[in-house]
Design a protein around this ligand. Structure first.
Ligand code: FE2
Length: 261
């Protein structure tokens, strides 16, 4: 991964990432990775709603797959969100019960830092997300094009050292859930496009991020942090888009220039 910053006076990357740097090293820094899948789409939603959907696990009820293989199992609820400075976050690793949905185990070929059938989701604030389902990593990047148009790029990642058989397995695991016609991704896109359409038409004026569950998976604390941090960057309180706060960091000005959409 290559990180680029357009400003001079920024802290070193590791300092910006804070506690997330250790997770990045665990999952990205141990073996050479390789992108084996790429697709992109312009979807009709605001970029924040795609981050939002990826980040809040209450939305897992949307997916039949996740209801059966994750939410329905006690162990799913026995882990926490880890929240870091600058609104980076990661959910602790949970085990997905693929057998509950008639899918094969993901125990062989687990990526660095992953236990068999494990899954983690992480946000590098503001617009890069990494999902790992044991054998395959998905990297999402969001680029806002207009208030209701977002370019999303998806990359599927395995190990550079993969044998052809292992690579074929990773491709299958990637596509069955996250490919353009996978089990989950089309549902996520339908959700965020409908959400935006409803907001634009005035169907819902506010989103509520009120769930407090002791940082358990369906706690909204990570989303509250996301919108607070974004509000700080823009000089706006997230609960009142018309009130400008006293934000005294010049970061807000440059971000406002390019993302005031
Ligand atoms: Fe989803």
């Amino acid at each position: 991964m290559v990180f680029v910053c357009l400003k001079d006076d920024v802290p070193p990357l590791e300092q910006f990432l804070g506690g997330m740097a250790d997770h990045m090293k665990t999952h990205l820094g141990q073996e050479e990775l390789e992108v084996f899948h790429y697709h992109r789409a312009i979807i009709n939603t605001n970029w924040k709603l795609f981050v939002d959907n990826n980040s809040e696990l209450y939305h897992e009820f949307l997916h039949v797959l996740n209801r059966r293989t994750a939410v329905a199992h006690k162990s799913y609820h026995e882990r926490n969100w880890l929240l870091y400075q600058n609104s980076h976050n990661i959910i602790q690793q949970g085990v997905i019960h693929y057998d509950s949905y008639g899918l094969g185990e993901r125990s062989e070929g687990a990526l660095p830092g992953m236990q068999p059938n494990g899954m983690v989701v992480m946000l590098l604030f503001p617009d890069v997300m990494l999902n790992i389902r044991a054998t395959v990593m998905r990297i999402d990047t969001m680029t806002p094009l207009a208030p209701g148009k977002t370019l999303v790029e998806w990359r599927g990642v395995g190990l550079k050292s993969d044998t052809p058989d292992v690579r074929a397995m990773r491709i299958q695991h990637h596509n069955e859930v996250w490919g353009p016609a996978g089990r989950n991704l089309p549902e996520d896109i339908a959700a965020v496009e409908t959400q935006w359409e409803t907001m634009v038409q005035g169907g819902s004026r506010y989103s509520l991020f009120a769930r407090e569950e002791g940082l358990k998976p369906q706690d909204d604390a990570n989303l509250r942090a996301f919108y607070q941090e974004w509000g700080r960057c823009l000089g706006r309180a997230p609960n009142d888009p018309f009130r400008h706060g006293n934000v005294d960091t010049d970061v807000s000005h440059s971000i406002k220039e390019i993302t005031n959409v």
